[in-house]
Design a protein. Structure first.
Length: 332
């Protein structure tokens, strides 16, 4: 053991985080020596899978040191947490880990195998739960009265409700693709005494269809001849105006897309709280904490305040940095 520590001091330590989104893959790497960060690298690839470019980029860091660690996040749609660290309560089809002696974070075994399969080209050391990230971000506030905590990523909302440092319930709320007005009911009933068995909750609300992308206009020619000719000047002016209008329209489409997703997230939270109140009969929740890992618009906060009368605290974090931080803590 001492020999291993000696050799570790001779080499740098490489912590690599790989996050798969719907249409991109983000890779971030921290190079450390003696617990000090020497360098950071980051690159985003336009790909929905672990492409050859991603593999080459990750392998380039693995060559830096024999001490390298690769982590990712569990984006399974059926992940959840329960207020117990007794694994006897866990479904045999789940894999679990106790977080800070406070709760069990669970992932379906087959989903875990699928994640490991995705990372076969370069291996995987850690799969971190979004619930552990959410817990770490707000654990100093958990001893307060009944509050809801939500971690936001591209397509999932990881939700935990705490009352005086006790986990009441949790769920993964999912934005899905096909249009529908239905939302799935919470699977397990809630109880006020917190004597909960496995609470596997998945609420699905379908995305509002995004507007089709506008066709781009042809690029203006760099070489404009006969500038004295008024017709050419008029034509140039018309194209310039058209280009400006097109950019404005594209900005508006981006705003509408952000608006629709914020509204979808709001509706998911609203329905989740409605079910929570209906099944638990608990007191009214006054505070919601949003952990934003993706970059949501301002509309979500406004909806929650205006429609649900919640006091909103929103925190923006770099998810890759957080995963690498957790990877470093695991090795320490």
């Amino acid at each position: 053991m001492k020999l291993t520590s000696f050799f570790q001091k001779l080499y740098v330590e490489v912590h690599i985080c790989v996050i798969k989104y719907e249409s991109t893959v983000k890779v971030k790497a921290h190079i450390l020596k003696n617990n000090e960060i020497l360098d950071k690298f980051e690159k985003t690839f336009t790909s929905a899978s672990i492409s050859s470019e991603v593999i080459s980029y990750v392998e380039s860091f693995k060559a830096e040191s024999p001490y390298f660690y690769i982590s990712t996040i569990d984006y399974s749609t059926d992940s959840y947490a329960i207020a117990s660290c007794k694994k006897s309560k866990v479904d045999p089809s789940k894999r679990s880990i106790c977080i800070d002696k406070n709760f069990l974070s669970l992932i379906d075994f087959q989903n875990l195998k699928n994640i490991q399969k995705d990372f076969l080209p370069f291996g995987l050391d850690f799969v971190f739960s979004p619930f552990s990230i959410l817990y770490n971000a707000y654990k100093v506030k958990l001893n307060t009265t009944l509050c809801i905590y939500v971690m936001i990523d591209e397509i999932n909302l990881s939700v935990m409700i705490y009352d005086k440092a006790k986990l009441v319930t949790s769920a993964t709320l999912v934005l899905v693709d096909e249009a529908s007005e239905a939302i799935k009911e919470i699977v397990e009933p809630l109880s006020l005494d917190f004597d909960l068995d496995t609470l596997d909750e998945n609420i699905h609300l379908d995305d509002i269809d995004e507007l089709d992308d506008l066709d781009e206009i042809d690029n203006l020619s760099d070489d404009i001849e006969n500038l004295d000719d008024i017709d050419d000047l008029d034509e140039f002016s018309d194209k310039d105006d058209s280009d400006e209008n097109n950019n404005t329209q594209n900005d508006e489409i981006g705003d509408l897309s952000s608006f629709s997703k914020d509204f979808t997230r709001f509706t998911l939270i609203q329905e989740y709280l409605h079910n929570f109140y209906t099944k638990s009969g608990n007191e009214f929740i006054e505070n919601i904490y949003l952990l934003d890992t993706f970059g949501v618009g301002s509309d979500l906060k406004r909806y929650l305040e205006d429609e649900l009368f919640l006091h909103v605290t929103q925190t923006r974090i770099d998810l890759a940095d957080e995963l690498i931080k957790m990877s470093i803590e695991e090795i320490a």
